[in-house]
Design a protein around this ligand. Structure first.
Ligand SMILES: [Zn+2]
Length: 352
């Protein structure tokens, strides 16, 4: 095929242009090259608005003065629990550069998660909180996490006080992007506001139980399981359908908390590198969540020779993604799950 006829997949990054974000429409032409330190990069021009740009414009890689591979490696190291100062030493970058890159990467990861983490089905949820601190140990802060047990998907998390408002925020976020057909099985620890929020938000459209552990000298001496919403028959039915749980438990979310702690240098035990500002921890959680859901194959999701990521198991992607694919994806995907989800909830409430 002659060179000129090959379709250009670039989209115009100019937000004021009529052709913004639309690829392969014939408005983009090749427009020479510009020099980098050791190589050159292709320049493009949009015929509609007349702006020129390159393949990294409007992505996290724009003007990073380093190769894209190094940027990706910094993100992978960060999502594997390496601290910013260690990354800076190993990669021979300044601490400020690493921090600035990770801030950009977190924003892109958040946008990607918002676009792509939608339309999954909820079957079994487990919720828990991770305690950490800001500044000096005087200011405790909580990460409220939720995991969809069947797919191991980490759909949402909220950073802040351990309060009713934050639990409600988590459920609102979750229900805004997911759907459920059968009543969901929800399990939490014995923290009282969970019951209040779940009763108000789900009514009888769920089966809710608490697992309360009594500890003595740092050891669990008794486990008390309470069924608070739904009947014994409903619970048995839900456990029979569940591929993972035989009884009310919070094991999966507790194991997931360990994964989060290991993936974040801010959350290691007895660390000196704890977060000084909540927004830094929030940013890191967004990057970590994207890495966990879309990039890292999950040990529990091994099927023959294929190991799936949680997003693959939930039917959101067909293969493990890379940070490069996440940072260069610009295709907006809009799902209108919310309205449908609300109608299911209202119908189930009416039926009950
Ligand atoms: Zn344009």
């Amino acid at each position: 095929m002659p060179r000129q006829q090959r379709a250009i997949r670039q989209a115009c990054p100019n937000t004021k242009c009529q052709m913004y974000g639309q690829s392969a429409q014939g408005n983009i032409i090749r427009y020479g090259f510009f020099r980098l330190k050791r190589s050159k990069r292709r320049r493009y021009r949009c015929k509609t608005c007349g702006q020129t740009f390159c393949s990294t414009t409007a992505t996290v890689y724009h003007r990073i003065h380093n190769s894209r591979n190094i940027f990706d490696e910094v993100c992978i190291l960060s999502a594997n629990g390496v601290s910013k100062s260690t990354i800076a030493t190993v990669k021979r970058l300044s601490w400020n550069t690493v921090s600035r890159w990770l801030e950009r990467a977190a924003q892109a990861a958040k946008q990607f998660s918002e676009r792509r983490l939608r339309g999954f089905v909820l079957q079994e949820l487990q919720l828990d909180e991770i305690r950490t601190f800001m500044d000096r140990k005087k200011r405790p802060i909580w990460i409220i996490t939720v995991i969809e047990v069947w797919s191991r998907l980490w759909p949402s998390c909220v950073l802040g006080r351990r309060s009713c408002r934050n639990i409600r925020k988590l459920f609102r976020d979750l229900l805004g992007k997911s759907a459920f057909i059968d009543p969901i099985l929800i399990t939490t620890d014995g923290f009282a506001p969970y019951e209040w929020v779940i009763r108000r938000m789900f009514g009888s459209a769920c089966i809710y139980g608490q697992v309360i552990k009594t500890r003595r000298k740092n050891r669990v001496v008794a486990i008390d399981r309470k069924l608070l919403i739904g009947s014994r028959e409903q619970l048995e039915d839900a456990l029979y359908k569940s591929k993972d749980s035989d009884t009310l438990n919070t094991s999966f979310v507790e194991r997931h908390n360990l994964t989060i702690r290991q993936g974040s240098s801010y959350l290691h035990r007895r660390t000196t590198a704890h977060a000084r500002w909540p927004h830094r921890l929030q940013e890191h959680l967004e990057l970590l969540r994207c890495h966990y859901n879309f990039i890292r194959p999950h040990m529990a999701l091994q099927f023959g020779t294929i190991r799936r990521t949680p997003a693959m198991q939930a039917g959101l992607t067909s293969r493990p993604l890379t940070f490069r694919q996440i940072f260069t994806s610009r295709v907006p995907v809009v799902f209108i799950i919310w309205a449908w989800n609300r109608s299911v909830l209202t119908n189930q409430r009416k039926a009950a």
